[in-house]
Design a protein around this ligand. Sequence first.
Ligand code: 13P
Ligand code: SF4
Length: 312
Amino acid sequence: MDRERLAQEIRKIKREKDVIILAHFYTDPEVQDLADYLGDSLGLSQMAANTEAQIILFCGVKFMAETASIISPSKRVLLPDMTAGCSLAESIKATDIIAWREKNPDGVVVSYVNTTAEVKAQTDICCTSANAIEVIKSIPEGKKIFFVPDKHLASYVKIMTGRDIEIWDGDCCVHEYYSTKLVLEEASNYPDAELLIHPESSCSHDPEIYKKPNSYILSTTGMIKRVGESPAKQFLVVTEPGVIHQMKKLYPDKEFIPCDIYNECLQMRKITLRAMLTSLQEEIYEVKVPEDVRVRAYPSIEKMLAINLGKG
Ligand code: 13P
Ligand code: SF4
């Protein structure tokens, strides 16, 4: 079956069954083009919370599908490839948090949403790259905070908030690559470009980077918004290059330069049209968080979503 036929079949089954397709900006452009909703981790969580559809086809990685299952337990959440994981989510276990709590009984655990359901079940409040600073500011002053698992996002947030944060030593294998040296070298080739940098990048908390007048540390949705607001015509995009597909669609008169076009998240890219079709046809692979874990994990996500609704 060629691509067009695969896409037609996916659309047909979607109409026949009560399905919503959610996709992250790091998936393949042809997957993005079939999504009912495309977003960053925060937007996808919000959409999973609000959809009426009975089946969510989640085009992303496993922790995202688990988050949808935690928020919407009555829905069937399908992940087209069950092996689509995340180096960050795999870097920390629930027992690591339990051990920290034993030493810091009054501390607050903040987990980046890129964590397993078991880790979320031990967490006080989740955050994404779009709301991490707001989440930290919502915690009473003087509390010790344990931020897991991304050390670069945590270091950036620690500088921006000045709070007492202990940092777990995890990183994203895609964003670790974006060092200060690499980014400054690339930027020197495009002196008029704005720099859009994801906070998971290893350079994000280096003053040489975040203090540059033309650099913006943003989530993927934040980057797209910035392009719309900015007078600049050229952007150096320091994150997984999949996000450029939407930027080009929305702003065809602007130019987007990937910091490295080949630095793709191979886990996100496991979601193919073929895998989506099989998943819809056979209603596999369902991601279902066990109820005892789900009820303990849910409040950490609920609190995060409440902050973003201005209720927190
Ligand atoms: P966003 O928070 O911008 O969605 O990106 C984080 C990420 O790496 C998703 O896996
Ligand atoms: Fe995980 Fe990094 Fe891929 Fe996001 S880009 S899913 S953090 S490995």
